[in-house]
Design a protein around this ligand. Structure first.
Ligand code: OFO
Length: 165
């Protein structure tokens, strides 16, 4: 069983994962419309991953006797000033998600909910990967450069970013 406080925090996280899922979809749309087809595929994959995160949390709340809430999704950004801005926002989003998980962990430790801690550990590792990928994508803008065919090169390399630790 989970407490009502943990249930509320997890439902809030479900909402955030659903937001990330939709936001990545909007990023995929922008990339596709602007000719960055490989990055569009990358964001479709990211979006699918966020959906699985949402469902993982959703099912956990139900398994633990709680009420999982299907969230309304607001504040999706559809317009971006540049290709690079998308990755800056992706990194910001992932850092905010990590922070949000830290708050849930703090609440779990306070009430000694080690069952939820054990469940949530998977997400911390996932966040390490997600932050790494977003940071790596931004590094490509510096290493490859945006001049001449730079953006085209960056778009080619984005889907090859992987994290093995
Ligand atoms: Fe990328 O955020 Fe989910 O967990």
């Amino acid at each position: 069983l989970i407490s009502t406080e943990i249930e509320a925090l997890l439902n809030n996280q479900i909402k955030k994962e659903a937001h990330s899922c939709s936001q990545y979809l909007a990023m995929a749309s922008w990339c596709d419309q602007n000719g960055f087809d490989n990055s569009a595929d990358y964001f479709f994959t990211q979006s699918n991953e966020e959906r699985t995160h949402q469902l993982k949390l959703f099912k956990y709340v139900l398994d633990m006797g709680g009420q999982a809430m299907s969230p309304d999704i607001e504040n999706i950004k559809h317009e971006f000033n540049s290709f690079k801005e998308i990755f800056e926002q992706a990194l910001e989003m992932e850092i905010a998600i990590t922070q949000s998980f830290k708050k849930i962990f703090a609440a779990c430790y306070k009430e000694q909910d080690f069952v939820t801690v054990e469940f949530l550990n998977w997400f911390l590792k996932e966040q390490r990967e997600e932050e790494y990928k977003a940071r790596r994508a931004l590094e490509l803008f510096t290493i490859i450069g945006e001049e001449a065919t730079g953006l085209w090169e960056i778009d080619k390399v984005i889907p090859t970013i992987s994290y093995n630790n």
